[in-house]
Design a protein around this ligand. Structure first.
Ligand SMILES: [Fe+2]
Ligand SMILES: [Fe+2]
Length: 161
């Protein structure tokens, strides 16, 4: 195995974290779908796909370095979404959490002089800047429109395609 046990453990945990995020975004997508807000639904269906791709990146990396995969239990999704604002507040929180998880793995890779994992994780460092920024921007837009004018957000998403 080309990575440490500690790194393999963290990356395995990250597979679950990313799959958990994917499930959560799917849950939020279904909330918007049910509300007839199809652009917001699509935004979250797409996010769900992306998180699954992130999980797959970790799976392939684990295979490449000769580590075993063990997917831990994935917590149930939060089904109480309530409002569009809350959906984005929660999403921003999760993305910030993931950023911390990625940074912690990078810290470990640096500490272990694990250059391969540093290179692999660098993609996620950059990706998380994008993810946090996207959620911050969307939260700002949703707050500006307010729930009553949430169709403005649908229009915004239509025009920003
Ligand atoms: Fe992710
Ligand atoms: Fe993400």
């Amino acid at each position: 195995m080309q990575i440490s046990n500690a790194m393999a453990e963290r990356m395995n945990a990250q597979v679950s974290n990313e799959l958990g995020a994917s499930n959560q975004y799917l849950q939020i997508a279904s909330y918007f779908d049910g509300e007839g807000l199809f652009k917001l639904a699509k935004f979250f269906y797409d996010q769900a796909e992306e998180e699954r791709e992130h999980a797959m990146k970790f799976v392939h990396y684990l295979m490449d370095v000769g580590a075993a995969l063990g997917i831990a239990a994935i917590p149930a999704t939060k089904t109480e979404i309530g409002t569009a604002e809350n959906a984005f507040v929660m999403s921003l929180g999760w993305e910030q959490e993931v950023t911390a998880q990625i940074n912690a793995m990078m810290d470990l890779a640096i500490q272990e002089k694990d250059y391969a994992s540093q290179a692999f994780l660098q993609w996620f460092v950059t990706e998380q800047v994008e993810e946090v920024s996207t959620m911050e921007n969307m939260l700002q837009i949703v707050r500006r429109s307010g729930e009553k004018n949430i169709l403005m957000v649908e229009a915004y998403l239509t025009h920003s395609e």
